[in-house]
Design a protein around this ligand. Structure first.
Ligand code: NCD
Length: 352
C-alpha cells in the first residue's frame, strides 16, 4: 500500500508519470470517468479548506467514485477526545483511500501506521502539503515546460507555509534550481527544510527581505499568505501581516515570461490588479489541482501490494518533542522517536 505523506515519497519518475497522466486526463476526461466506480474516498478535514477538499471531492467524483467524511473537526468524534489513530482505523473500514488534513504536524504519519488503505496528506500543520506541490509541479510543467534551470522566488511566510516546505523538497531534486527566499527574518525557512532539502540537494539559495530587488531575476514568483492561524501571538501577526503586497508597479522590472503562482487563498499579498496580467497563473494552478489529484488517486489505488510504511527512528530516554504543534505531544499511545540527527520523526523539528 502506497501513501503520500511527504512529497519525497514519490520518485521524480513517478512525479513525471503523474504529470503525464494528469495532462491526459485533462485532454480525454471521458476515458477516466468510470475508473474508480465503486471506490470511496474518505475525506477527513480537521482544518478549514476550500481548494484542497473540493478538488479531492471533484477528482474522486470525476473518476466515478464517491466521497464520505467531514469538513471540520467539530463534526467528528475528535470533540469527544478520539485519537487520530482510532478515527483513521475506522474510516479505513469505510473507504478505499483517505485524504486527511490536520493541524498537528506528523498526524498523517500516525494515520499511515494504522490505516489499511492509502493515506494522502492534505496538509499537516505548518509542516508539509505534498498534493499542493503536485499541483504546483503540474503548473510549472504547463507554464515553463521544465523543472530544471529555474530561479524560484518564494515570498511571504516561509516559516509556517507548509506548501513552501514541500515545494522546496520537490524542486531541490532538479538540476540548477536556485531559490530566492523572501521573508521577514521572523518568518524565515525552518532549519529542517534547509538541512534536509537545500543542503542535501546542494541547492543554491539566497535569503532576502526585499521583494522588489529580487523580482528581476526570477522565472517563478511563488507568493504565500502569512499563516495567521499558526502564530503564537496576535500582535506578531498584526505586525507582519502586510509585509509583502505584489502589485502591477512592482512587476515593471519582471521577466516577460515570469510565472506568478500562489497556492491560495490570498489575503492582501497579491493585489487584484495583478489578476489580469498574463503572468498571473494562480487561478490556473488551482484548476490543475483537480486533475493531478485524479492522477494521484488512480496511482495510489493501482499500487496494492506495495507497503511503504516506515517509521524509522529511536527513542531518546527522557526526551520528547518540544514543538507545540507536533502530533507526538497529543496523540495517546504512540512512540516518541527521533532520527540520527535528533529530529522528531513526526514533525522533523530538532529536539535540541
Ligand atoms: C494552502 C494550505 O492550506 O496550506 N492552501 C491550499 O491548500 N491551497 C495555503 C494557505 O492556506 O495559505
Amino acid at each position: 500500500m502506497r501513501n503520500l505523506v511527504n512529497i519525497l515519497d514519490l520518485s521524480t519518475e513517478e512525479i513525471n508519470g503523474l504529470v503525464t497522466l494528469a495532462s491526459d486526463i485533462m485532454e480525454r476526461p471521458k476515458v477516466y470517468a468510470d475508473s474508480c466506480r465503486g471506490k470511496i474516498l474518505g475525506s477527513l478535514f480537521f482544518e478549514p479548506s476550500t481548494r484542497t477538499r473540493l478538488s479531492f471531492t471533484s477528482a474522486m467524483m470525476s473518476l466515478g467514485g464517491q466521497v464520505l467524511g467531514f469538513d471540520e473537526a467539530g463534526s467528528s468524534s475528535v470533540t469527544k477526545g478520539e485519537t487520530v489513530s482510532d478515527t483513521v482505523r475506522m474510516v479505513s473500514a469505510y473507504s478505499d483511500i483517505i485524504a486527511m488534513r490536520h493541524p498537528k504536524e506528523g498526524a498523517p504519519i500516525v494515520a499511515s501506521e494504522v490505516a489499511t488503505v492509502p493515506i494522502i496528506n492534505a496538509g499537516d500543520g505548518g509542516h508539509f502539503h505534498p498534493t499542493q506541490t503536485l499541483t504546483d509541479l503540474l503548473t510549472i510543467h504547463k507554464k515553463k515546460g521544465r523543472f530544471d534551470n529555474l530561479v524560484i522566488g518564494i515570498c511571504g511566510d516561509l516559516k509556517y507555509g507548509r506548501t513552501v516546505h514541500s515545494l522546496i523538497a520537490a524542486m531541490s531534486r532538479y538540476e540548477n534550481v536556485r531559490f530566492v527566499l523572501i521573508s521577514p527574518e521572523e518568518l524565515s525557512l525552518p532549519d529542517y527544510v534547509k538541512d534536509d532539502h537545500l543542503f542535501t540537494g546542494g541547492c543554491e539559495y539566497v535569503e532576502t527581505e526585499n521583494l522588489e530587488s529580487a523580482i528581476p531575476s526570477l522565472d517563478i514568483l511563488y507568493m504565500t499568505r502569512i499563516q495567521a492561524e499558526r502564530f503564537e501571538s496576535r500582535e506578531q501577526y498584526e505586525r507582519l501581516k502586510d509585509s509583502y503586497v505584489l502589485n502591477k508597479s512592482k512587476l515593471v522590472m519582471a521577466k516577460e515570461d515570469l510565472s506568478i503562482m500562489h497556492p491560495l487563498p490570498r489575503v492582501n499579498e497579491i493585489d487584484v490588479d495583478v489578476d489580469s496580467d498574463e503572468r498571473a497563473h494562480y487561478f490556473d494552478q488551482a484548476m490543475y489541482g483537480r486533475y493531478i489529484r485524479m492522477a494521484l488517486i488512480l496511482m495510489l489505488l493501482g499500487t496494492e501490494g506495495i507497503d511503504d510504511r516506515r517509521l524509522d527512528g529511536k527513542p531518546r530516554p527522557g526526551k520528547s518533542c518540544h514543538n507545540p504543534h507536533c502530533i507526538s505531544r497529543t496523540e495517546r499511545g504512540i512512540k516518541k522517536l527521533f532520527d540520527e540527527y535528533g529530529k522528531c520523526v513526526y514533525c522533523d523539528q530538532y529536539v535540541e
